[in-house]
Design a protein around this ligand. Structure first.
Ligand SMILES: [Fe+2]
Length: 304
């Protein structure tokens, strides 16, 4: 692990393989359960609750100690990012860092803003939504992370999300319809594409649910520098179904540094496929054809 405190960037070895990077493109999220040590989880809760003094490693230019004190007790307690123990064990958590390195390339920018989602449970679920200012596109220039410092079983209303929903507007979702829960023991960290549909799940237990949410930032152009699988086959890999495979595949190609070259010819052609074919799909490695129309301003869903 190389951490540059002046630039607030880090670098380390990637931990995800081709298949896992493609899986992230399809699902739009991954979950690391219980990866932060308990002592740090408890210290985070105590810091957020104001039970221990702040001890910032430094005071950023343009801010004063009074500013940091004020920030600490807002819904955006970003001064926690200046605590050395939080940097080492949460922001630079080894499992998280390896996943980030795989998805965001080298010299990843650390977050500059924290949101604290604090809920006195029990509580009704939030409405399904996508966060402000989300973008649909093949690019992966930042990732959103959330950290639960206390045990967060389904009963305490962890984040609930709709896998695969990060590529296009899904339309209003029935509030009765469920999703996938990001539950886990204290120290669970989730990673998701910022455009994914999600909500705070309904909680039935009594207690305080704290969650910190923040973004990691790409600083280098994408290339296929995660763990390459010798036998990974771009032609036969599973990219998704009708109407979705083209977007997940485009995202994967963008991460490989080949987003501009990505072309598809439509219909039953690659990247779509079914297990009942007697040969590979046509259209793989097409030099002419279309790109997926992320902006949805063409009725057939294709763009140049
Ligand atoms: Fe949200």
């Amino acid at each position: 692990m190389h951490y540059d405190p002046c630039q607030r960037t880090f670098d380390c070895a990637p931990t995800l393989t081709d298949s896992e990077v493609l899986e992230f493109c399809r699902e739009g999220h991954l979950l690391l359960r219980g990866v932060v040590p308990d002592e740090i989880n408890q210290r985070t809760c105590a810091w957020l609750d104001g039970d221990i003094p702040a001890n910032p490693g430094y005071i950023p230019d343009g801010l004063t100690e009074a500013d940091l004190d004020r920030i600490r007790f807002t819904h955006e307690p970003t001064s926690i990012f200046l605590e050395d123990w939080f940097i080492e064990h949460v922001l630079l958590n080894p499992q998280l860092a390896g996943a980030m390195r795989s998805l965001l390339g080298p010299n990843i920018g650390l977050p500059v803003l924290a949101s604290h989602h604090r809920a006195e449970c029990p509580m009704e679920a939030q409405r399904w939504h996508q966060d402000a200012d989300h973008i649909y596109g093949p690019e992966l220039r930042f990732l959103e992370v959330f950290y639960f410092p206390q045990d967060t079983p389904v009963e305490l209303g962890p984040t609930e999300l709709v896998p695969g929903s990060h590529i296009q507007p899904g339309g209003p979702r029935d509030e009765e319809e469920g999703g996938v829960f990001c539950d886990g023991p204290a120290g669970t960290i989730g990673v998701h594409h910022q455009s994914i549909m999600h909500r705070r799940g309904k909680s039935t237990a009594k207690g305080l649910r704290r969650m910190l949410k923040y973004n990691y930032w790409r600083t280098a152009p994408p290339q296929r520098d995660w763990i390459v699988e010798e036998d990974f086959d771009f032609q036969s890999a599973y990219y998704g179904g009708h109407g979705t495979a083209r977007f997940y595949a485009h995202m994967f190609y963008w991460l490989c540094g080949k987003g501009d070259q990505f072309r598809i010819i439509g219909g039953q052609a690659w990247p779509w496929q079914t297990e009942n074919q007697i040969g590979p799909s046509y259209g793989f490695d097409a030099k002419e054809g279309y790109q997926p129309n992320w902006r949805k301003d063409n009725p057939d869903g294709y763009a140049r």
